[in-house]
Each structure stands twice: as C-alpha cells, then as structure tokens.
Design a protein around this ligand. Structure first.
Ligand code: ADP
Length: 471
C-alpha cells in the first residue's frame, strides 16, 4: 500500500492524463475560436472599407462631373441627412489647410491630421485607409483618403463604434462557448483516463493480493486495450514462472536436506555404535574410514553444486583449445570398461578421425564421463552403450546412447533440475546432480544438451557444441 502523503492527487496518473487531455483540447478549441474571431473581425473591417470606398466613389464622380463647389454642397447636404457622428467628411488642400469639414463636435471636437503622412501616402497610391484614435471619443474612426484632383484630398470617416460593439458581443459569445468546452473536455478526459487505468488498477490489486499470500490469484484478461492486455498476460506469465521457480526451489531444498541427512545419519550411526559397543581399535579404524568416505561424498556433492552455480552464473572461465574427441572419448570409455564388462554391457565408440572441437577439454571430459556413467548405471545386464560423434557445418554432436530403462516423457524436462531423480532409478546410487552439471557446462560453452528417451527401450543424450569459439 502507498503511504498517504505519496498518494496525492498530483501523483495520480488518471488526474494528470485528464489535465493534459483537457489542456490540449481547450487549447485547440481556443485556437480554432481565435482564428474564427479574427476572420470575422477582418470581414467586418473589409465591409466598412467597402462602404467608405463606395461613398468616396460618389464624391469623386461629383468632382469629375460638377467640380469642387458641387462636392462642398454635397458634403453639406449629407451632413444634414445623416445622424450626428455617423459620418465625417473633410476636404484638405495639398498644402495642408482644411477647405471644408463637417462638424467635429460629435467626434470629441478634434480629429488629428498628419499632413506629411497624407501627402506621402497619396503620392504612393490614389486611395488609402487609416484607423484614427480620437482623444476625446471612446471609439476610433476608420477613414478613407483620396485625391479628388491634383490639389484636393477628401477624407471620409466612420465610427468603429458599431463594429466594435458587434465584435465585443461576438467575443463574449466565444468565451461562453469555451467555458462548456473546458468542462466537457475535463469530463471526457477523466472518463477516458479512468477507463484506461481501471485495468492497470486491476493488475495492481491482483499484485497486492498475491503479495498478501493469495498466490493462486491471476489478473482477469479483459480484451479492451492491447497494451493492458499485454501487461496483464505478461504479469500472469511472470507469476506463473515465479510459482514454478518457488516450487522447484522447495523441491531442491527438500532434496538437499534429504541428501545431507542420509550421510550425516550414517556417520552418526557408525560413531554411536562404535562408542557404545565394546569396540576394538579395528572398529574405530573402520569408523574413521567410513566417516572419511561419507565426508568425501559430501564434499563431492558440494563441489559439484558450486561448479553448476559457477557455470550457470557465467563467472567461470573456459580454457578454450582445439580438443581431439577421439582420444578424449577413448579415455572415458577405458574408465568405464571394467564396470561395463562386469554388467556384460557392450560398450562401443564411433568417432571420426577428424573430430576436433574448440572447447574446454576438462569440462568436455566431465560431461562425457557423466553421461557414460549414467548410461551404464541405468542399463541392465547385457545391454548396449555407444558413444558417437557427428560433424556438421555449424555444430558437432556428441551422442551417448543406451538400451537402458529409459525416462518417462513427463520426467524428461525435470531430470536437468538439481537433485531430481526419477522414481525408476532410485535403487541406483547417485545424487541427482550429474545432468544439471552437464547441461550447465554445455550451455556455458555456447552449446546445449538434448535428451530423447523411450521407457524400457533406452535413452540418447546429445551434447551440441558450436563449431566456432564459444563466447
Ligand atoms: P544421478 O546421480 O541420479 O544419476 P543425474 O543428474 O545424472 O543424477 O540424473 C538424473 C536422473 O535422470 C537420474 O536419477 C535418472 O533417473 C535419470 N537418468 C539420467 N540418465 C539416464 C539414463 N541414461 N537412462 C535412464 N535414466 C537416466
């Protein structure tokens, strides 16, 4: 369980996802609305400019057809027709004086003229527009300037009050739209984040239950999101593997306990019998011999376990060199010849002259003798045992084959575990470490160990060694 101070809202993934989702969604919506607003503002401005241009066009026509006085008369007429402050008209001479102007009072009494600027702009283009900020009037003025003849410039202005008010309402409307968008995005984001994380929560809850001892619990796989499904199935696989490992460790510790108890009990039994009986010095000597023998067995077992652990962890070093398999296998067979002939077992070897592998000679020797020892041990009288070598392009195969008791299919995967011994072979002496050692050594040399076996017909163990140098 998390301590409460760590479990704050900010540390919750669902909260952060919701926040991110709403932020991004709101930002996108705001950008879209802003673009919309700017477009509307632009169109409004353009419409006003068009109206001003139309008005200016009428005055330009009058100038062309009837002259300056007619323009001045028309300005007077329009001033009376229009509401005060609706439209502003002014005639300016190019020298800078005002020829005529409508009343400036509704515009705050003063409308600034930048004569230099007007002159320059008129030289560049016949018509130009300007937005003028008025000092004593709350709204700005949009104005058009046009030269009616080479000496007179006309200025027509209209207040931006109406379009500003219109854009103001529009702005408020957009903000009103944005508020529910923020709310909806938070709700939708929260819903989606919770949906996605509900399954992660289920995995976490199952992990907690397993940690509390309910080791048989597994995550129910709901096929909603591929990632979560993968997480759940990987979690279940991991728990299964842990389960198997724990089971194997339990079996192994049981076996170790059993294998240690037997020789220790025997040592104690000898010592006790020698002590309480009327023992002669010869009895004491025998006890000492037995104790040394049992201790040797125990030391051998512990050393083998250490060798396996070293090979499995990869910390051991391999003395790689070209190894001629013929003489190596010959020596191994010579070692077991006596035992084989004692059991009437026909022991044969089939190794090509050119059989050379790049490997660790000492380890190879121990692997082959272990497999040979097993083959002879688990083959009844008058059976057959053979060691052969096959050379291929990528690998060399060393096979130890027997016509012995065989191994049941369900036990073939277990025989490589430390201390595992099949029921059928328990009458024979052994520690259950030989195959673990062969497997660990072959893998540490970059190879593998395979088994194929049929009960009562025999077994074949194959060491596969890579042709190249092991890494
Ligand atoms: P052990 O010391 O018992 O021989 P190993 O690790 O060498 O230990 O072998 C593990 C078990 O695999 C043996 O106890 C035996 O049951 C089985 N086994 C190994 N080799 C053979 C074989 N050639 N034929 C039948 N069973 C075998």
């Amino acid at each position: 369980m998390f301590p409460m101070n760590q479990y704050t809202l900010w540390r919750r993934l669902s909260f952060r996802l919701t926040l991110w989702y709403s932020l991004i969604f709101t930002l996108c919506a705001a950008i879209l609305l802003l673009i919309f607003y700017m477009r509307v503002a632009y169109i409004t401005g353009e419409r006003m400019d068009d109206e001003l241009e139309e008005e200016m066009g009428e005055f330009a026509d009058i100038m062309r057809t009837s002259g300056l006085q007619a323009v001045i008369d028309e300005i007077r007429v329009e001033e009376h027709l229009e509401a005060p402050g609706a439209i502003f008209m002014r005639l300016l001479s190019l020298r800078g004086s005002v020829l005529t102007s409508t009343d400036t009072a509704p515009w705050g009494g003063q409308i600034p003229i930048d004569h230099q600027k007007i002159l320059q702009k008129i030289r560049e283009a016949d018509t130009f527009y300007e937005t003028i900020d008025l000092v004593r009037h709350p709204y700005a003025m949009r104005a058009i300037y046009q030269a009616l003849n080479p000496y007179v410039v006309m200025q027509i202005g209209a207040s931006l009050e109406e379009s500003d008010a219109y854009l103001d309402i529009f702005r408020q409307l957009l903000l009103l739209i944005l508020a529910p968008v923020v709310l909806i995005s938070a709700v939708v984001g929260g819903f989606m984040a919770n949906q996605a994380l509900a399954d992660v929560d289920a995995v976490a809850r199952t992990a907690e239950e397993i940690a509390n001892g309910n080791t048989h619990r597994r995550v129910k796989i709901v096929r909603q999101f591929v990632e979560i499904e993968r997480l759940a199935s990987s979690f279940n696989t991991m728990v299964d593997q842990l389960h198997t490992l724990i089971k194997q460790m339990r079996e192994m510790t049981d076996n170790i306990a059993h294998d240690l108890r037997s020789p220790l009990t025997r040592i104690r039994g000898f010592a006790e019998m020698t002590l309480i009986g009327h023992s002669t010095p010869a009895d004491f000597q025998e006890m000492a011999v037995n104790t040394v023998e049992e201790c040797d067995n125990l030391i051998h077992m512990i050393n083998t376990m250490l060798d396996i652990a070293e090979a499995e962890s990869g910390i051991g070093t391999n003395r790689v060199e070209p190894v001629e398999l013929g003489p190596l296998i010959d020596d191994a067979c010579a070692l077991f010849n006596g035992l084989a002939s004692h059991k009437g077992i026909h022991l044969q070897m089939e190794v090509p002259d050119s059989a050379v592998v790049l490997s660790d000679k000492g380890k190879l020797q121990r692997m082959i003798t272990n497999l040979l020892e097993n083959a002879i041990k688990y083959t009844p009288m008058k059976g057959r045992v053979s060691v052969s070598v096959q050379l291929a392009a990528q690998a060399t195969f060393i096979q130890v084959k027997d016509t012995g008791i065989g191994i049941a299919a369900e036990e073939q995967t277990k025989i490589f575990q430390r201390f595992y011994r099949c029921d059928a072979s328990r009458s024979e002496a052994g520690m259950g470490l030989g195959l673990s050692l062969v497997k660990a050594f072959s893998e540490s040399l970059g190879g593998s160990l395979l088994v194929s076996s049929i009960p009562d017909r025999g077994s074949t163990f194959t060491i596969c060694m890579p042709a190249g140098i092991p890494t």
